[in-house]
Design a protein around this ligand. Sequence first.
Ligand code: B12
Ligand code: SF4
Length: 475
Amino acid sequence: MNILIVATNHYGSPVPVMPLGACMVAEAAERAGHRVRVLDLMFEQNPLNTLESELDTSKPDFVGLSVRNIDNNDMQNPVAFFKDLKPLMGTIRSKTSAPVVLGGAAVSVMPEELLRYTGANWAVLGDGEVVFSKLLSALSQGKTPGKLPGIAWLEDNIFTKNTGSVDRFSDGCLTPSFHRWIDVHVYLSRLSTVPIQTKLGCHFKCIYCTYRKIEGHDYRLCDPESVIDAIQNLAIAGLHDIELVDNVFNSPYDHAWTICEGLARSQSGARLQSLELNPLFIDDTLLTAMERAGFVGIGITVESASDAVLNGLQKGFTAKDVYNAAQIIQRHHLPCLWIFMLGGPSETESTVQETLRFAEQCIRPKDVAFFNIGIRIYPGTELEHRAREEGVLTVSANEMLEPVFYLSPALDLDWLTETLHKALATHMNFIDSNTIGLSFLPAMNRLGYKLGVKSPLWRHTRYIRRGLRTLGMEV
Ligand code: B12
Ligand code: SF4
């Protein structure tokens, strides 16, 4: 059968993200015997026209829509990407009556709402490479996929989903041949990294998090040797800047350490990054192994340095762990991006000051602190219940495709914005979502590439900000 998979994401900040999932699903469908094309809308100037001509050319029997982002998770400048889906569906329906299957992270987070909003026929929940092919096989034989776990649909307008054990995970590290499906060079010229997963799942229970809805609570670990091979092969293919996109890279600790040790031995030449480190599992041994493996940047998602807030967020670690991680990081050379979330449950003016004090005293000037204000609330999370109890959230789950945010009732938004603004003005290595939302960031990525700057660009934050300020820009 002819299958068209449309990677719908076209958001270029902080960098354009390669559609890893769409490519994996396409390759799996091809292995199952289908003729598959991927249409990547990331750099398309006129996505609807391009889609129209692609539909004319490929005449698909099934269309898969890969949907990554619902919105940009940014309370200060919210952008709702889900709204792009209606015109795309309109174009598809004007050309073909082929069934449309939704997949992608956004779909796992809000499947019912996206099925209703788009009018698509089916949704695949979670990792889709095995389920999608099974769904295609059932539908092409005229069978209803009925009990196939991992799919959802609307039946007589009632949302129905099949849970149960989903036969979908291979313990080998899956890396698609990106060159076959997308224009890799354009991504590289925007300083994009090549994404790769070493595992799925997360054991933690942070109250706002959707990741477990996407990948599950139990860890599903890729065989370390297969991860090392995959990274070596990417590097041989000229794809050196590789990002490990696990929910949390350093948990389980032993798995991360084994991969790093193997990579150090392999001398792959890859330049590795991961922005998802948990302070609980950082120690000198792991950071040394990461340095030897070829890491060029790490991110640590601590969210806060106040016990009250960490407790409220149910992060599973304490302010002491955050301070301890900072001391360890200071003993190493790895550039580090610290990620904070201000305004969560139990946040007050004094807890904000605690976190800012930590950032001022414990983050090296060469490292970077990124501050987010407010937390996007998603249906089904603990945060949703808390927000309803506190009267912060009043809309129904169906209305939550439109971004809604939690801000601690004990905080005044103007005070918080002003306080953060002052901290950013005096610390050139502090940034917020306004900085990564800068309209000229894509142009800066392109310029950086032309000048031979290597990813991650955030390592140069203080020089970039100083330079732009000299030019009179308010950044
Ligand atoms: C790593 C990551 C990043 C990295 C990406 C680095 C890189 N080089 O790729 C960085 C930090 C840059 C990033 C940025 C952002 N991210 Co992010 N990110 C993730 C994370 C943790 C993993 C994504 C990933 O690669 N997964 C691995 C691949 C294999 O999975 P996948 O693409 O989802 O594909 C599988 C399934 O979804 C499915 N599937 C996919 N397509 C299709 C198609 C069909 C037809 C079918 C059937 C199935 C299917 O099968 C695939 C294979 O198993 C997810 C959380 C998560 N656990 O998913 C958030 C997540 C995707 N990000 C999210 C967001 C919001 C963002 C930002 C907008 C944040 C911001 N304000 O900057 C930006 C957007 C960037 C952009 N240009 O689009 C949201 C998106 C959903 C939402 N809430 O809107 C997520 C889910 C986190 C969250 N908050 O809920 N992100
Ligand atoms: S550790 Fe990260 S992925 Fe895991 S539940 Fe918390 S926020 Fe989500």
